[in-house]
Design a protein around this ligand. Structure first.
Ligand SMILES: [Zn+2]
Ligand SMILES: [Zn+2]
Length: 182
């Protein structure tokens, strides 16, 4: 897949963001500003001033909007949902070179809040994915008791579990036991 570093980084960020939601990961992992600060640090969301309670509410609302794109019943619905999100986001495309990566475009506007930064960069990454006809790579885990989302980077789009070591392994053990019982 010819996805650049920022695209993969943004897709990984949006997956992690959605999985902090109780509707995906099972518990609220953005319950306070400390957890929001950890997310900002984890994904090196740059240009963020001191975080306030408004940021927390905005990021949680954005998280739900992104989750709706992932769980859209088809690509047409995903396009509509993503367009709504993009239409509400201020953007300033800007060429940049940093951390040894070749020149590429950042989209968040100067002075953007953390939610605006995430909406712009992750929103554009999802838009490119849709344009490339790769929307099906946005998945929800196939394990029956897991609603976590993931981005399938495998060559043949064959990944079905959020994490092969946890859900994948667990499901393989369950299938093995079911076969033994049969
Ligand atoms: Zn960059
Ligand atoms: Zn899972």
């Amino acid at each position: 897949m010819p996805f650049g570093h920022d695209m993969v980084h943004s897709l990984s960020t949006v997956v992690d963001l959605i999985n902090t939601s109780p509707t995906a990961g099972g518990e609220e992992c953005l319950s306070d500003l400390v957890q929001l600060g950890e997310l900002v640090e984890r994904w090196q969301v740059s240009g963020v001033d001191e975080l306030g309670s408004g940021d927390l509410a905005q990021v949680r609302a954005l998280r739900d909007a992104f989750h709706r794109v992932f769980t859209a019943p088809d690509q047409a619905a995903a396009v509509i949902r993503l367009n709504t999100l993009l239409g509400e986001t201020r953007m300033t495309p800007r060429l940049t070179e940093h951390d040894g990566h070749p020149v590429h475009v950042h989209y968040f506007a100067p002075g953007a809040s953390v939610a605006e930064h995430l909406a712009a960069d992750c929103g554009i990454a999802l838009a490119h994915l849709l344009v490339e006809g790769e929307w099906e790579r946005l998945r929800t885990c196939a394990a029956p008791d897991c609603e976590r989302v993931f981005f399938d980077e495998s060559r043949n789009r064959s990944r079905v579990y959020c994490d092969s070591r946890t859900c994948g392994n667990r499901m393989h053990v369950a299938a093995y036991r079911a076969r033994r019982r049969a």
